[in-house]
Design a protein around this ligand. Structure first.
Ligand code: ADP
Ligand code: MG
Length: 401
């Protein structure tokens, strides 16, 4: 696999597939505003390194799921504006790759200058299941570049024109961000220092079963919080009130609990739970034992005893992977479990990797110092698939000659 140090990009056009898919919301005037620019910041290193090497950088990226339609609210313009601030440099914006001036903009770039192509998912060929349609777009894109660099970790699990197909047309290399992501996941998947603790949460156990199935062969301790904990508590024979429950996954969860025992993996479930009638914090909130969740109430966070227990397990670990918030962290009343776990991880000397879009957002929104973690992944789906042990097409293609 080549890195950007292995290709000679001097005065060359480099098509850079980045992941700039930042969460946005519209403000009072109807303008789209970025709510978390973490992915933009994570893309700066590669762009600047390419510029230092005198490349002309043409950025390819997507926003949301426009499904082949030009949706103004999913334009990359606000993203390009923010990125331009972060880079302290102008970005030439290409609205339509089919228009004649697209070629002109690219041809007029000087070494070190940057262009950005409008949301590539406005092109219906980008995500087509038909490989010949994707190849058609890949060929057009390739006409704008001499090299292809993949740095959008958030899309490497996708078989898409601007990810895999274009990598088969142009000479290719991997960017700094994808390199860093690969290094972190390689370490926790193949060479973890022990004790090795994995903390899982989030809403759905079904989203994370693949991860548990793979990691159960590697870890020493598995701590389960968040909405997914209730299917485990139910499997233990407890009633969970109105909490999130995936009853159709009960057998799988029971099987996992058996496997954990056989493999000597310590499975740690919540011992107390923060409950309420309402998810938005508008109803009274109380703490109950995990085996005493009242009928009609929802479990919305791990309780203080559980937070302390999880923090102490994290404190004893040498490697920690964390994926999925411990509760509905978006609401203040249910954020403290997630905060305690995140702080424990920030303070621990363990090698720490955080995966999952909401977990990374939680760290930032709770104001915890990001630099205290060894790696915070920028890719939700991609990081889950790596933890599941899958081979990702956008990375596999880089090995092809
Ligand atoms: P990630 O993106 O980090 O992988 P998920 O997408 O799996 O995480 O889950 C994040 C969501 O889970 C958050 O929006 C959070 O509010 C929700 N969540 C966590 N705990 C609970 C719970 N007890 N009940 C309902 N939702 C929960
Ligand atoms: Mg999520």
């Amino acid at each position: 696999m080549k890195t950007i140090d292995d290709i000679d990009v001097n005065n060359q056009r480099v098509l850079l597939r980045a992941d700039l898919n930042a969460p946005m919301k519209s403000d009072a005037t109807g303008q789209m505003q970025i709510t978390d620019d973490g992915r933009l910041k994570a893309s700066v290193a590669t762009i600047n390194d390419l510029r230092k090497k005198n490349a002309k950088v043409i950025i390819l990226a997507h926003l949301g799921r426009p499904k082949g339609e030009r949706k103004p609210e999913l334009s990359l313009k606000p993203i390009s504006k923010r990125l331009s601030e972060l880079l302290n440099s102008e970005i030439h914006f290409i609205e339509d790759i089919h228009a004649e001036n697209a070629t002109q903009v690219v041809n007029n770039l000087k070494p070190g200058e940057i262009a950005m192509i409008e949301n590539i998912r406005f092109e219906k060929d980008e995500t087509s299941k038909d490989i010949s349609e994707r190849q058609r777009l890949a060929k057009l894109l390739a006409s704008f570049g001499d090299f292809f660099v993949i740095d959008g970790f958030g899309v490497v699990h996708r078989e898409q024109a601007s990810v895999t197909d274009i990598a088969r047309v142009l000479p290719k290399a991997v960017g700094r961000l994808v390199q860093a992501e690969q290094k972190a996941f390689d370490k926790v998947l193949n060479d973890p220092q022990r004790p090795y603790v994995v903390v899982l949460g989030g809403s759905k156990v079904s989203d994370k079963l693949g991860v548990i199935n793979n990691l159960i062969n590697k870890v020493d301790k598995l701590l389960i919080g968040g909405g997914m904990a209730f299917t485990f508590l139910k499997a233990q024979g407890y009633e969970v009130g109105d909490s999130l429950l995936e009853i159709d996954r009960l057998d799988e969860v029971k099987q996992l609990m058996k496997t954990a025992k056989e493999k000597n993996v310590e499975l740690v479930l919540p011992i107390d739970i923060v409950v309420s009638k309402q998810l938005d914090g508008s109803a009274p909130v109380s703490v109950v034992l995990a085996n005493e969740i009242p009928v009609g109430l929802k479990g919305l966070d791990i309780g203080p005893k559980t937070s302390e227990l999880f923090a102490s397990k994290i404190n004893d670990a040498k490697t920690v992977v964390w994926n999925g918030p411990m509760g509905v962290f978006e609401v203040n009343a249910f954020a403290s479990g997630t905060k305690t776990v995140a702080q424990a991880l920030a303070q621990s000397s363990a090698y720490s990797v955080v995966g999952g879009g909401d977990s990374a957002a939680a760290i930032r929104s709770l104001g915890i110092d990001e630099s205290k973690f060894d790696h915070i992944s920028t890719g939700g789906g991609a990081s889950l698939e790596l933890l599941e042990g899958k081979i990702l097409p956008g990375l596999a293609v880089l090995e092809e000659v």
